[in-house]
Ligand binder design. Structure first.
Ligand code: GLA
Length: 344
């Protein structure tokens, strides 16, 4: 049995998902593949991360191996997947898992969502069980990140990987959530990512800090979520909460402005939205880094119509839109919307 889950690029709508907001991601061709073979006898799962040349094994006992968490993060994903599937009523069976991926880790392209989804699909397939529906599976995988790996991420990455569709991005309204396919007709323009190479050592703590700030801001405004915040309430907030909320509100607007620009075939405006998103993420949300700024500058001097940091930030990749004839800088990788997670 082989399962594949793609990484994603978020065209626009960053740090909005955990605020019940809007985003516009698409699944990419690169991702994580998990092969699962049943083991006769025993009660263990053996897992190998081929790209890292690391192994793990654990018993499918009551706690799914959770009592003694292993040092490597990828092992937590495997144990978390087995345990969370059990919570959903699926009994994992003893098996050997082989994991390999071609989506770079820590580059802001959702390698961890791809890993957890591919693991769950492979574990279900080898057990002969139907996987949970896509929305339930997205939630389950986000619990793996939150509860097993300490990363308080939202649902953007999992939904993007599961609902990928060739030639389309998906507009996600996290309130609901409601998903709608949006044709990504770039009329000869190209999207490419450029890895900034910045270390993401601060990523987990920085990301979780931003989530806390959003919760504090919502509480200060007496709201359940920042989706309900109006621009007129910004002045009631102290800094830096005011800047954080201004980013979330303006970013939601940019998602729909981008959908409208795509519908009109106005790629220059898509580029402007990307640039505005980047300024907001850099100045209001403060999730950029010097290396990221250099990558953005490199894309712009190569003729990009717009460029911005993509994903959780504090390093990772930049996404840029290049018009016909412009040559992306060295190291940039073209990205196109592809199909979602599936059994191979
Ligand atoms: C990471 C998280 C997502 C989302 C983005 C920022 O990719 O996994 O849930 O919050 O950051 O938009």
């Amino acid at each position: 049995m082989r399962a594949f889950a793609p990484g994603r690029v978020n065209l626009i709508g960053e740090h909005t998902d955990y605020n019940d907001g809007l985003c516009l991601p698409f699944a990419i061709a690169r991702g994580v593949t998990v092969t699962a073979e049943p083991l006769a006898g025993g009660d263990e799962i053996e897992a190998q991360a081929l790209d890292l040349a690391q192994q793990d094994r654990f018993s499918l006992g009551a706690d799914g191996g959770g009592a003694a968490l292993p040092p490597h993060t990828w092992c937590r994903f495997v144990r978390g997947a087995a345990a969370e599937l059990r919570v959903e009523g699926m009994e994992p069976v003893p098996c050997r898992l082989e994991i390999r991926g071609d989506v770079p880790r820590g580059a802001g392209l959702a390698s961890s969502a791809a890993l957890s989804i591919a693991l769950c699909l492979a574990l279900c397939a080898v057990a002969g069980a139907e996987p949970p529906g896509r929305l339930a599976l997205a939630r389950l995988c986000s619990r793996i990140e939150n509860d097993w790996c300490g990363q308080q991420t939202g649902l953007l990455d999992q939904l993007a990987s599961l609902y990928g569709r060739r030639g389309h991005a998906v507009r996600i309204d996290l309130r609901g959530p409601l998903l709608r396919s949006v044709e990504l007709d770039l009329g000869g323009h190209r999207l490419a990512t450029l890895d900034s190479g910045a270390s993401r050592t601060l990523a987990t703590s920085g990301y979780n800090d931003r989530r806390r700030e959003c919760r504090r801001a919502a509480a200060a405004l007496g709201l359940e979520s920042l989706r309900d915040a109006g621009a007129d309430t910004l002045s009631d907030l102290p800094e830096p909460l005011r800047r954080r909320v201004r980013h979330v509100l303006s970013e939601n607007e940019r998602v729909d402005a981008t959908v409208a620009a795509l519908r009109r075939g106005d790629l220059a405006d898509v580029g402007r939205q990307l640039d505005a998103s980047h300024s907001s993420l850099r100045d209001d949300y403060e999730v950029s880094a010097p290396e990221v700024e250099r990558a953005v500058a490199a894309c712009r001097s190569a003729g990009a119509l717009g460029a911005r940091i993509v994903g959780g930030g504090f390093g990772g990749s930049v996404l840029a839109l290049f018009p016909p004839g412009a040559e992306p800088p060295g190291g940039a990788v073209r990205v196109e919307p592809g199909p979602g997670a599936r059994l191979l």
